[in-house]
Design a binder for this molecule. Structure first.
Ligand code: SF4
Length: 454
């Protein structure tokens, strides 16, 4: 079962394997978890650097790093125990440090003896990267995307699933096993996506598993067509209190919609509207996402008014997303917008939302960078901390423009491809406004969830 795409596999290469298990099974019994005191040194931090356990030790204002790895006679070590190589770096040697390294080695050996772990077992248990089938990518904001299929019955001009998608689960059996192991309570959202997830017949059952596992919020992202079938939405009613349905809908009329979906069947549009009507009537939390490219840009303000007239307060959110230059959108470059072109239509829609009390927003990641629309930052769906870096290796924050920007933490960065084509002239560091209020609880970098460590 291959769950991860190339980007995520690259990212996991340096990931800490089974950190929670190491702390609980080995370091706590050994008395080596911060803020431990070992001899004259305070243990102030620890981490796994991929090949070693590494502690930061402090004594009389000086810092030194102690390292432990599975015993190997070919690697250099200051001390060898039956199971461990112990060494140090980044600090001056002293008799006190020698005492600490000896004590650390003895404590580790005692704890690993209690577990009956020798060097080979330690390597396997604590120093081998999780198999790629045992890890999932968790997106910023503690969101877990579970892609239950990469098949889709549409071919949207902007689809980015065609260029790298993480967490693809190819079978019902695999999905059952996966969902059963997800520590759903630790996540803010479990998002069933694809491809088109409603093509998987077992989807309601899978949603039920995530619900039973305690997911705080579950989202089904769908084009909605299958949910227009009689009884289709009713299958999700038992989970309604924690389930949201995110419909993708990109135009108010069938013709423009079909153009964006690259699909000749005009009746699909009616089916989508029927599904949204019924979801609203059944009281589901309903969000609509409209991805914006050149053909539907001018319609954005009218779309907002039309959606309000049709669904009113039955609509929890309406999101206008910028079509990022990936996948199909990048193959249709002539339809990809410049950031500055979005400012007017998006701003008009946001103003309408404020006027009538409908939450109209743009996503944090599929967005025009916030510095391009600084007056509308209140309409960004902000959920992640990208400070000093970017979560997506295909984006960047050019230091000559972004240096000193107060909004670094709420900005996902700019696609390098966009800058290659359009440059950076639309960007400017925000220095005259503070960072907007954000829910700090869910501020996380993208991370790798090791299912064997849960
Ligand atoms: S200046 Fe850079 S960091 Fe600041 S909002 Fe714009 S793109 Fe993001």
């Amino acid at each position: 079962m291959g769950l991860l795409n190339r980007t995520v596999i690259a990212r996991t290469r340096g990931a800490v394997p089974r950190e929670a298990a190491i702390a609980a099974d080995l370091l706590r019994p050994a008395g080596l978890l911060p803020p431990a005191q070992v001899g004259a040194f305070a243990v102030t931090a620890w981490r796994h650097d991929g090949a070693h356990l590494l502690w930061v030790l402090e004594h009389a204002g000086a810092k030194v790093h102690a390292l432990a790895g599975p015993r190997s006679d070919s690697d250099g070590a200051w001390l060898r125990t039956a199971t461990w190589n112990i060494s140090y770096r980044d600090g001056a040697f002293s008799p006190e440090l020698g005492d600490v390294l000896s004590a650390l080695g003895a404590a580790l050996q005692q704890a690993s003896d209690a577990l009956q772990v020798d060097a080979a077992a330690a390597t396997l248990r604590w120093f081998t990267r999780p198999d790629k089938d045992d890890v999932l990518e968790v997106s910023p904001g503690k969101k877990l995307y579970v892609r239950v299929t990469d098949h889709c019955d549409e071919k949207c001009l902007f689809c980015n699933a065609t260029e790298g998608n993480a967490n693809i689960v190819p079978s019902k059996t695999a999905l059952r096993s996966l969902v059963a192991r997800i520590p759903a309570g630790k996540l803010s959202q479990v998002i069933f996506s694809g491809g088109e997830p409603t093509l998987v017949k077992a989807l309601p059952e899978m949603v039920g598993l995530a619900y039973a596992a305690g997911a705080r919020q579950i989202i089904v992202q769908t084009n909605g067509v299958a949910l227009a079938q009689p009884g289709a939405l009713e299958a999700y009613l038992p989970y309604k209190d924690r389930l949201g349905i995110g419909f993708s809908l990109h135009a108010t009329d069938a013709l423009l919609s079909a153009q964006l979906l690259d699909h000749p069947d005009l009746l699909r549009h009616d089916a989508k509207l029927t599904a949204i009507d019924r979801a609203v009537a059944l009281g589901f939390l309903v969000k609509i996402t409209c991805v914006v490219m050149r053909p539907n840009l001018a319609q954005v303000p009218a779309f907002a008014r039309w959606a309000w007239e049709r669904w009113g307060t039955g609509l929890a959110r309406l999101q206008f997303s910028y079509a990022m230059p990936r996948g199909n959108a990048w193959l249709n470059k002539h339809l990809v917008l410049r950031f500055s072109e979005c400012v007017g239509p998006f701003g008009e829609a946001f103003a309408f939302g404020r006027e009538v009390g409908l939450r109209i927003e743009t996503s944090q990641s599929c967005c025009v960078p916030p510095c391009v629309m600084p007056d509308d930052v209140g309409h960004y769906d902000i959920y992640g901390d990208f400070a000093g870096t970017v979560s997506d290796p295909e984006r960047c924050k050019p230091s000559e423009v972004c240096g000193g920007c107060n909004w670094d933490r709420i900005c996902a960065g700019v696609w390098k491809r966009y800058i290659d084509v359009n440059g950076t002239s639309e960007l400017r560091a925000v220095t005259d406004r503070p960072e907007p209020p954000v829910a700090i609880d869910d501020f996380v970098q993208p991370e790798v969830l090791d299912l064997t460590d849960c």
